[in-house]
Write a protein that binds this ligand. Structure first.
Ligand code: SF4
Ligand code: SF4
Ligand code: SF4
Ligand code: FES
Length: 352
């Protein structure tokens, strides 16, 4: 059995075992992004770096074998700094946002995109319950607010901002719609957005902005003044789902937060931002959120079901895609959930 040292602890490894695995069994935490137990992967993120003390070489622990005699530093300053650089590199081309612009600037942190989605899908009572759950004073703050949300609304860059204030004020005057609260929406675990890592998309050009219109479910009828729930719902259908579907469950976001990374929004532009929607399965792919870990490609390969996701192009412009001769609508009839679940970011998710 190979004997190795990790953080000055003598450990025994199985033949063919990775450094990551040996460290994990000894309770030594090493972060990972592109690694998933049981799935062969591309060793792409470098977030799991460790240092070999005798050679001073940095190694990706997820795919480096625990060879006899290795002396590994898994938690030192150099190692932490190397991991941080790896995450910063990923963020530097991550032209995506965790939270919607309207919510980020709202002094109360109201979950405006969720409210709009509930209204857009006709779940009016749930939208009311959401607003009740966010109340921290007898009245919603929108009545006296200058409307920062509308000023920041991305839709304004295309035509006109969503009538967020009027929608919220209308709802606050109709809290007994449908007979009273019947859905409990837990907003108690409010994210402290100001202190939470939030990726920023950087500058978006006018063609890229058009991609967000794919998120709208409406007939594009617009209502500035809101007099009933139907007009609120119609206006809300023009909201473009700017928040990330993975905002509550993203390994990249969690790791960036744990490392104290701040995104200043200066992004490397390799490709234009696009959104692809599979209208048969409801899969949405946002390549700007993809870290090219290849896990989705591997699970598709392992399943043997085709046509599936694959890599196209090379180098910085390589991207996850349908095979070149296929349409996005024609892929992943059976692997949609597996791919969504294994994706460590919000690049693959369900359109809803
Ligand atoms: S994929 Fe993760 S880091 Fe990127 S925008 Fe979504 S939640 Fe934020
Ligand atoms: S389009 Fe919707 S989610 Fe985006 S900023 Fe405007 S209200 Fe918020
Ligand atoms: S879509 Fe998700 S799982 Fe697939 S390569 Fe990109 S980040 Fe990885
Ligand atoms: S987790 Fe090891 S290289 Fe990504």
């Amino acid at each position: 059995m190979p004997k190795i040292r990790i953080n000055n602890i003598e450990l025994e490894a199985e033949e063919g075992e990775s450094i990551l695995s040996v460290a994990g069994k000894a309770g030594i935490f090493i972060p990972v992004l592109c690694h998933k137990e049981g799935v062969e992967h591309y060793t792409s993120c470098m977030v799991c770096m460790v240092k070999e003390n005798k050679t001073n070489d940095f190694l990706p622990s997820c795919s480096s074998l625990a060879l006899d005699g290795l002396d590994i530093d898994a938690s030192g300053e150099d190692v932490i700094s190397m991991r941080k650089k790896a995450v910063e590199l990923l963020i530097s081309e991550h032209r995506a946002e965790c939270e919607a612009p309207c919510r980020i600037v709202c002094p109360a942190g109201y979950n405006i995109p969720l409210m709009n989605r509930l209204l857009a899908s006709g779940e009016y009572r749930k939208a009311v319950d959401l607003i009740i759950s966010e109340l921290d004073a007898p009245e919603i703050r929108c009545k006296t607010c200058a409307g920062y949300c509308e000023n920041a609304c991305r839709r304004k860059k295309i035509d006109r901002q969503i009538s967020i204030r009027n929608i919220r004020i209308f709802i606050s005057q109709n809290l007994y719609y449908g007979g009273g609260p019947d859905h409990f929406i837990d907003q108690t675990e409010y994210r402290d957005l100001k202190n939470q890592f939030s990726s920023r998309p950087g500058k978006l050009d006018s063609n890229e902005l058009q991609e967000w219109l794919k998120e709208c479910t409406g007939t594009s009828m617009r209502f500035e003044s809101i007099e009933n729930f139907e007009s609120a719902g119609e206006e809300a259908r023009n909201c473009m789902h700017c928040d990330c579907r993975a905002s509550e469950d993203c390994r990249l976001r969690d790791i960036a937060q744990a490392m104290g990374i701040k995104d200043k929004g200066r992004k490397v532009v390799n490709m234009p931002v696009t959104k692809k929607i599979n209208h048969k399965t409801g899969l949405i792919f946002e390549h700007a959120k993809c870290i090219k870990c290849g896990l989705c490609v591997r699970v598709c390969e392992d399943s043997g079901n085709e046509p599936a996701l694959c890599f196209i192009n090379r180098g910085f412009i390589s991207v996850i895609s349908e095979p070149l001769t296929m349409e996005f609508d024609d892929i992943l009839a059976t692997q949609t959930d597996t791919c969504i679940n294994i994706c460590p970011t919000g690049a693959l998710s369900r359109f809803k």
